[in-house]
Design a protein around this ligand. Structure first.
Ligand code: ATP
Ligand code: MG
Length: 244
């Protein structure tokens, strides 16, 4: 059972009045948000609602935000994007190890690759990997940093449906084992409710809905009890058709 918000006292991220505008247009409008340590949170919102902007602000990649944002472990943040961003001229293991050092770095890299099912592919070139394998290598690269906070921006968006389900299981397994705080950006309501224990909807620059998903894992898309969460999220996203 996932820990609830009350049990998780040390926030990994605390944002107060976070605001971001581009050329006078406000995209994030005074966001207050705590992400407790070890919580798996998903962030939904329409295209252009500011999900990536929020993630970049939390990652410390955006120096033009106003308000306050605090990370309890700013050095141990990993970011995974929709494309794997592997460097094509480096072999898989070297990509995973990029920017890390220490005498046991290589061993950690190998072990991270084994965790994502890529043992034996250490010397492969990125262009020899399938899309799903490349995303697994990207997850291994994030794991090797032992992140306290894992920020993922539509990491499975470019994958086929079957590979995506496998990646969901893998991400959840890795989370169970390492317990980082996760903020997973997705536009897929089902992905959010199957994976996350809390789902946020970003709407008009604010958190329009903050929903705790209180169902045991592993979850199934077909779980009828998830249907109610799905309905509420679709309503918050302004989708009115019956998708249940
Ligand atoms: N560097 C930038 N310069 C100007 N406008 C920007 C910049 N980055 C983002 N925006 C604008 O901010 C808004 C939010 O963009 P963002 O990329 O955060 O949306 P998103 O929710 O991640 O969308 P998607 O689901 O399509 O990825 C958009 O209208 C976008 O055009
Ligand atoms: Mg985006």
């Amino acid at each position: 059972m996932a820990p609830n918000t009350e049990q998780l006292t040390r926030p990994a991220v605390r944002l107060r009045s976070l605001t971001r505008s581009f050329a006078g247009r406000t995209v994030l409008d005074g966001i207050d948000l705590d992400l407790p340590a070890g919580q798996f949170t998903a962030l939904l919102g329409h295209s252009g609602s500011g999900k990536s902007t929020l993630l970049r602000a939390i990652a410390g990649l955006d120096h033009d935000v106003t308000g306050s944002g605090r990370l309890t472990a700013p050095g141990r943040v990993s970011v995974v994007f929709q494309d794997s961003r592997l460097l094509p001229w480096r072999r898989v293991l070297d990509n995973v190890l990029l920017g890390t050092d220490g005498k046991d770095a290589a061993a950690k890299g190998r072990s991270a690759l084994a965790e994502v099912g890529l043992a034996g592919r250490e010397r492969a070139w990125p262009n020899e990997l399938s899309g799903g394998e490349a995303q697994r290598a990207a997850l291994a690269r994030s794991l090797v940093r032992e992140p306290e906070l894992l920020l993922a921006d539509e990491p499975f968006g470019a994958l086929d449906a079957l590979t995506r389900i496998k990646m969901h299981n893998l991400l959840r397994e890795l989370w169970e084992r390492h317990r980082p705080s996760v903020l997973l950006v997705t536009h897929d309501v089902d992905e959010a409710i199957v994976l996350a224990d809390r789902v946020l909807v970003l709407d008009q620059g604010r958190i329009g809905l903050d929903l705790t998903i209180d169902r045991p894992h592993p979850r199934s898309y077909r779980d009828p009890l998830l249907g109610e969460y799905r309905e509420r999220l679709l309503a918050a996203l302004g989708v009115t058709e019956d998708h249940a």
